[in-house]
Structures are given as C-alpha cells and as structure tokens.
Design a protein around this ligand. Structure first.
Ligand SMILES: *Cc1c(COP(=O)(O)O)cnc(C)c1O
Length: 367
C-alpha cells in the first residue's frame, strides 16, 4: 500500500470482493444479492463500489434517496436500483432514471400512481415495504385491502417485491423479537398473495440477518455493512476485510512542557513533558469531537497514539510520546489494522456512523 501524504480514504476493491464472496457463501445459491450502496456506499465511493459489485454480478442495488440512485445511473450502472426512502417530489426523476421506489405509505402510493398515470407508464416496478416492528417505514398488514383497492383495474404499477426490515438482527438477546418479525412478515406475504396481483419476491435480511437468520433469506437479501468489512460480531469481523482505511499524516510535532495545555478550551493538560503531533483531519472530515479527550486513538507506525484535547474542525492532536516518528509520517485513523468498529465503540457509537461520516472533502484513493 502506498504511504499517505495527506488525509485520504483508501478504498480496497479486493477487500470488497473478498467480503462479497464471504457473504455470498452464507446464502443459498439461488437467493438474490442486493448490495446496499446508500450514503456514498457507506462513506466510501458509491460509483466505484457499485461498478465493482456490478462486475461481480450483484442482482440489485439499494440506495436511500433518489439522488443517490441518479448518481449511479449517470455513471452508467444498469443493475436494478431500489430506492428505499423516496419522497414524492422526486418521482419524476425516479422514472426518468429507471429507479424502483419503495412504496411505504398510502400518500406515497397515491402520488406515485398519479405520476405514473400522467406519464402513461405500464407495469412500472415498485417494492412494497411492510412494518413488522421497527416502526420506521412501512404499511401494516391491514393496509393490504387499501392497496388492493387503489391498484384495482389499473396497470401503471407492478409489485416486484415485498419486504420488511429487522429491528435488532445483530442482537442475540432479541432473537424472539426477530423471530416474531419473521412470522409477521410471512403472514403479511400470505395476505399479499391472496389480495394483490402478481408474484412479488420477498426480502427481509440485512447483514446481521444473513448471519443470524438463514431461514429467512426468502428470494433476496439486502447487504450493506458486511460488504464494507464489518458485521456487528467480532467473530465475523475477523473473517471480513475493511474496505475503507482513513489515513492522515503528521503536519507538525511539538514538545509540550509539564502543565501546558493543548488545543481549544485547553481540554488537555500535560502532566509531564509530552511529544504531540498535529494531524490535518478534524470534525469537518468526520472525526467528531467525541473521539477527543483520549477516547479514540490512531496508529503511528503501528503504535497507539491517543487523540488528546478537543478535536478541531480541520485538525486534531495526538500524543506521540515514546513513538519514533517524524513530520510527514503516515497515521492510520481506522480501517486495516485499526477496526472502525472498535474505534467507534470507544466513542459510544457504531462502525456505521464512523465510516459513513467521512466528508467529501477527504480524497478517495482507490486501490
Ligand atoms: C441500510 C439498510 C440495509 C443494510 O443494512 P446493513 O446492516 O448495513 O447490512 C438493509 N435494508 C434496509 C431497509 C436498510 O435501510
């Protein structure tokens, strides 16, 4: 790997391929694989990641918002793209870019019917989202009659799939709740089959669902975080490879005398003489203030250096006392050799938040 000479997010496409093959090995050969590439492919680079996954043969992509799907189409991605959380204001763009909306509430269904009808669309693919306990988005089983009434005698829309989402698929203590969600989903499917036209396929599992509820794969799984190298389970994390590694460099080294302070609000005070280094990466790049005050640490030549004081907007300071290093040397903030999950955990959050938060200011470097 090349040494970083500024703050960069390295994206390792071989790691992506490894994770994809690992996750594929956990599902039945005929189960479709949807790759979730929302939020710039979990903070990495949506187009680069989607191109690689399309080449590897994924069946579907999902994004959260229309704009994210449009970006992929503009980059030439032709795989079907499910938009998980569209708003009616974007329905024209959805159709223009051949994106497939999740329809999760009556308002959204009516509006999409209106737009597809104006445009004289026939059998436009939609995906019906059902709420089985997450209480975030989705119809309830009782809404099936309403949906049937809205769709009856019309041919603008085609229900391609029916899906739901688990609330705690990573948590063994919530197994009975997850199983209850799976049972409700099956019940909903029976009602859908009885009352709605077509033969939609079914999907419910995210990454942890794939690992913990193999019996609920149905015809497709929706995998996000696992592709990027994390699985909410240390035993599985050990088998995956982080795709993104955030690196930076040492801009300046300081010798700090006892009782001197470092950084804004003088949040760090040295007890003895210390060596500190300033890095060109801060909360505007996605390393929030909660990583400061020795909560998070970085690796300098493989050695742990705590982040001291308050993280600034564009910089942060680390304690390098006892580590042989120079200005210009590379520092690893998370990724290979320093798990984003563990870094995030120290700051009371999860890998998802840390990796998706790396701002567009940080250069992406594709390996
Ligand atoms: C983000 C998301 C996923 C992917 O979840 P991971 O835990 O990252 O695998 C799957 N389904 C829905 C509805 C999502 O919003």
């Amino acid at each position: 790997m090349p040494k970083a000479n500024e703050t960069v997010l390295e994206i390792d496409l071989q790691a992506l391929e490894h994770n994809y093959n690992f996750l594929k090995s956990k599902i039945k050969a005929n189960t479709k694989f949807l790759a979730v590439v929302k939020a710039y492919a979990y903070g990495s680079d949506a187009v680069i990641i989607a191109r690689k996954l399309a080449e590897l043969g994924v069946d579907y992509f999902a994004v959260a918002y229309t704009k994210e799907g449009a970006l992929l189409r503009e980059a030439g991605i032709q795989t079907p793209i499910l938009v998980l959380h569209p708003q009616p204001v974007n329905f024209k763009q959805i159709i223009e870019k051949c994106l497939e909306p999740s329809i999760y509430t009556a308002r959204v269904l009516r509006k999409f019917l209106e737009v597809t009808s104006e445009q004289k669309q026939k059998n436009y693919p939609i995906h019906l989202k059902f709420n089985t306990g997450l209480n975030r988005l989705g119809f309830l089983e009782n809404d099936v009659d309403y949906i049937a009434k809205e769709l009856s005698g019309r041919d603008e829309l085609k229900i391609v799939s029916v899906f739901s989402h688990l609330a705690a698929s990573e948590d063994p203590a919530e197994r009975s709740f997850s199983e209850k969600q799976i049972r409700s989903f099956k019940k909903i499917i029976n009602t859908v089959k009885a009352k709605l036209p077509g033969t939609p396929f079914r999907h419910m599992l995210n990454t942890s669902g794939i690992l913990n509820y193999p019996e609920a794969q149905f015809e497709m799984v929706r995998c996000g975080i696992g592709l990027y190298g994390y699985a909410n389970d240390p035993r599985i994390d050990a088998l995956l490879m982080p795709v993104a590694t955030l690196k930076s460099v040492i801009s300046q080294i300081h010798r700090v005398e006892p009782n001197e302070s470092v950084g804004y609000n003088r949040a760090y005070t040295s007890e003895g003489p210390r060596m500190t280094a300033t890095l060109p990466v801060g909360h505007a790049d996605g390393i929030g203030r909660h990583y400061g005050k020795e909560t998070g640490w970085v690796l300098v030549h493989g050695k742990k250096a705590p982040i001291i004081g308050n993280v600034c907007m564009d910089m942060m300071m680390i304690d390098i006392t006892g580590i042989a290093c120079n200005e210009g040397d590379e520092v690893v903030i998370f990724g290979k050799h320093l798990s984003a999950e563990k870094q995030a955990h120290r700051a009371g959050t999860i890998s998802y938040e840390l990796i998706t938060g790396i701002s567009q200011r940080v250069k992406r470097h594709i390996l």
